[in-house]
Design a protein around this ligand. Structure first.
Ligand SMILES: Nc1nc2c(c(=O)[nH]1)N[C@H]1C(S)=C(S)[C@@H](COP(=O)(O)O)O[C@H]1N2
Ligand SMILES: [Mo]
Length: 445
């Protein structure tokens, strides 16, 4: 009986035939990884022995919050985070600012994010002419050009279209851009903080178009902002009719002024600069054209001196958020079980898997994806690791369901050189020292 079953199994696997060895290996490898993780958890401690003192004042003493009344519920009409979280803030760097704080960027504290949604007060903020504060009653959206019916909408009229809510990241294509020539910041916030992820509520432009009618020669859509920069961007019509949205809601409330209140364009997965904030005009046209030539679009400079002109989707990418320079492992003891966590994202699809390397990319193990796994959204990954107090080169490598995988830094440099600013998605590595400190490094071999 047993023999027969064994034979049967062998037959089944050989008859699968076309299944690649790599896949089969990956599967059995994955099983082993799971077994290890579970075993490690049973055998070791997530926390090293915790010393408790009977006279610990945190246990023994009455605290003011337990002996006096708290605030009345009427105190904070709009709630704010605990005062003890005062370090969890957006940060800006002189290096990323062209000499003033209006044409600048405030980076998201990626190291402090929980789950996949960025709280609105911490969403990264990039402005070319400062944050506009628009009175929605005085704001209109004009839709014109190659449409059958021109419209000028009030905000109330726009919101009469059936709304949808979608979770998507926005990433400036310059995220990590200062680091083409090598690490610049010993910080995840500065190295990777030009991105955030939110649940956006608004209307698909294709649904408005059903109402307006599009002329057959409409190939491009210009979007213009009402802020001081009057930023204009053009988006190809296929993307517009696929999943571009006009949004007014962000994580359950109105957009924040920093995100373009009262409305912005959302072009899921594509360069953040296309997501025009304080949106006031959409024009459909047969040719790509730009409100201001110099702010028209980002291009990618190649070693040949030529630039890639139309370069829209943010490529598959990932970064380990714990540990990172801001969240080192200096408190760990040998034998501790620790969770390695990170974020992966792709503007071209859904994250399919993330691998982790402890030796700078020579060997890889598969992490597990945690929580919601959605297209063009931050995806959290996790790996339980037994800390050994050894130096590590800790890297993550994501792949998406469109078949893309992150390149090595070496490969990326071979193809793109180091002169570009945009679209860096090479494998990111943290050096973990024997003491558990974490440094930003690049592996060039
Ligand atoms: N009107 C307007 N829209 C804009 C910008 C701007 O300066 N003005 N900055 C763009 C850039 S470069 C990026 S990366 C994203 C950033 O979106 P966020 O500030 O909500 O993070 O907004 C884009 N939309
Ligand atoms: Mo940007």
């Amino acid at each position: 009986m047993l023999k027969k079953r064994t034979t049967h199994l062998a037959d089944a696997s050989s008859s699968a035939g076309s299944e690649s060895i790599e896949q089969a290996d990956r599967r059995s490898f994955f099983k082993k990884t799971l077994a290890y993780s579970a075993g490690a958890l049973a055998a070791a401690n997530v926390l090293s022995p915790v010393k408790m003192r009977a006279d610990d004042p945190a246990i023994m003493e009455e605290k003011p919050w337990g002996t006096t009344l708290g605030d009345p519920v009427t105190k904070n009409r709009y709630g704010i985070p605990s005062a003890y979280e005062h370090n969890v803030i957006r940060r800006n760097a002189q290096l990323l600012s062209s000499g003033n704080w209006q044409a600048s960027i405030a980076m998201c504290p990626v190291q402090d994010m929980e789950g996949i949604l960025t709280p609105n007060g911490l969403f990264f903020s990039r402005t070319h002419g400062g944050v506009a504060h628009i009175d929605p009653n005085e704001h209109r959206l004009m839709i014109h050009g190659l449409v059958d019916k021109t419209l000028v909408l009030t905000m109330d009229q726009l919101k009469r279209y059936p709304s949808v809510s979608r979770i998507h990241f926005i990433e400036c294509p310059a995220n990590g851009g200062p680091e083409w020539r090598g690490p610049q910041f010993n910080s995840i916030q500065f190295a990777k903080g030009m991105m955030s992820c939110a649940q956006w509520t608004g209307v698909y432009i294709k649904d408005i178009i059903k109402d307006l009618g599009l002329k057959p020669n409409a190939r491009w859509m210009l979007a213009e902002g009402a802020d001081n920069s009057h930023m204009g961007r053009t988006v190809p019509i296929d993307k517009v009719l696929d999943d571009a949205m006009i949004v007014w809601g962000q994580n359950g409330e109105a957009l924040r002024p920093e995100q373009g209140y009262p409305i912005r364009l959302l072009v899921p997965g594509w360069e953040g600069n296309l997501c025009v904030k304080w949106l006031c005009r959409l024009e459909f046209a047969s040719e790509p054209f730009y409100a201001k030539e110099e702010t028209a679009k980002y291009t990618a400079l190649k070693p040949s001196g030529k630039a890639i002109q139309h370069f829209y989707a943010n490529e598959v990418n990932s970064v380990i958020t714990s540990p990172c320079p801001e969240k080192p492992w200096t408190d760990l003891k040998k034998g501790d079980i620790v969770e390695i966590e990170g974020l992966a994202w792709s503007g071209m699809g859904t994250i399919e898997g993330v691998d982790i390397s402890f030796d700078g990319g020579k060997n890889w193990v598969e992490a597990s994806l945690k929580g919601l796994v959605l297209p063009k959204a931050w995806t959290r990954f996790s790996y339980m690791y037994k800390y050994e107090g050894k130096p590590l080169l800790l890297s993550s490598r994501a792949r998406d369901d469109a078949g893309h995988i992150q390149p090595t830094v070496k490969h990326e440099r071979e193809v793109m050189g180091v002169e570009s600013v945009y679209h860096r998605n090479g494998i990111h590595t943290w050096q973990v020292t024997a003491k558990g400190e974490v440094n930003n490094v690049q592996i060039l071999s």
